[in-house]
Write a protein that binds this ligand. Sequence first.
Ligand SMILES: Nc1ncnc2c1ncn2[C@@H]1O[C@H](COP(=O)(O)OP(=O)(O)OP(=O)(O)O)[C@@H](O)[C@H]1O
Length: 261
Amino acid sequence: MSEADSRPPKIRIRGLCKAFGPKVVLDRLDLDVPAGRSLVVIGGSGSGKSVLIKCILGLIEPEAGTIEIDGRNVLAMRRAEREAINEHIGMLFQGGALFDSLPVWENVCFGLIAKRRLKRREARPRAIEILAQVGLGPEVADLSPAELSGGMQKRVALARAIAAQPDIIFFDEPTTGLDPIMGAIIDALIVEQVQRLGATAFSITHDMASAQRIADTVAMIHKGAIIWTGPASEMRHSGNPYVDQFVRGSTEGPIRMEVRR
Ligand SMILES: Nc1ncnc2c1ncn2[C@@H]1O[C@H](COP(=O)(O)OP(=O)(O)OP(=O)(O)O)[C@@H](O)[C@H]1O
């Protein structure tokens, strides 16, 4: 058993419920995110992956359940306590979510300037150091994100996600919109940076090749609950008909039958 396996989970979710009107999105969801490991949640469109991340980040309030981070239920915390926890969390949003009105260096250090009061004159050289960690040179620092390719924008978004040296990082479909080679490059960078920081990674993706590359553990969400969890190496032969169908991208199987009804 490795050291990581003997540690309590970094994030422990129990009985999480969220509905929008009559639509139940999370249905008594239980999930452990092992400390210092990389968990990838897979699942179909509309299965509740983004809502789950938003609940953990405190952007959506669930109706029931607990979310413990380092053993403390964040749902019961006051706003200031919750914000203090979020300062140790990095996030790579789907599509990058960079501000085109700010140069790249300011995007990278946005959180450090706003929350950690890093001075602007110190932020620019700091941003250049962080950009180097994701393979971007100093010439990129003063460009607008709009001037960069999709792959470079992802690198900048990754630089921003790691800038505050977070101990948990969320990746929301990190390879969406990238060609397969650039997707593999971004995945390798994610793995490298998560390991360098010793962080816990929580990702959601539709991209099975990406899941295989970045995950230690894979969890499948279906109809608002986790229906399978296992090592990434077992994802392609889980023996679970839902996982098998999803991984193969097959139109035949239990998921289709439910859609048909
Ligand atoms: N703010 C909201 N108000 C109403 N319904 C919402 C809201 N946010 C999400 N939903 C609904 O919750 C369900 C789950 O959405 P979610 O975005 O979590 O899916 P997902 O698994 O991330 O899908 P995808 O892979 O397509 O991004 C969807 O039916 C969606 O329409």
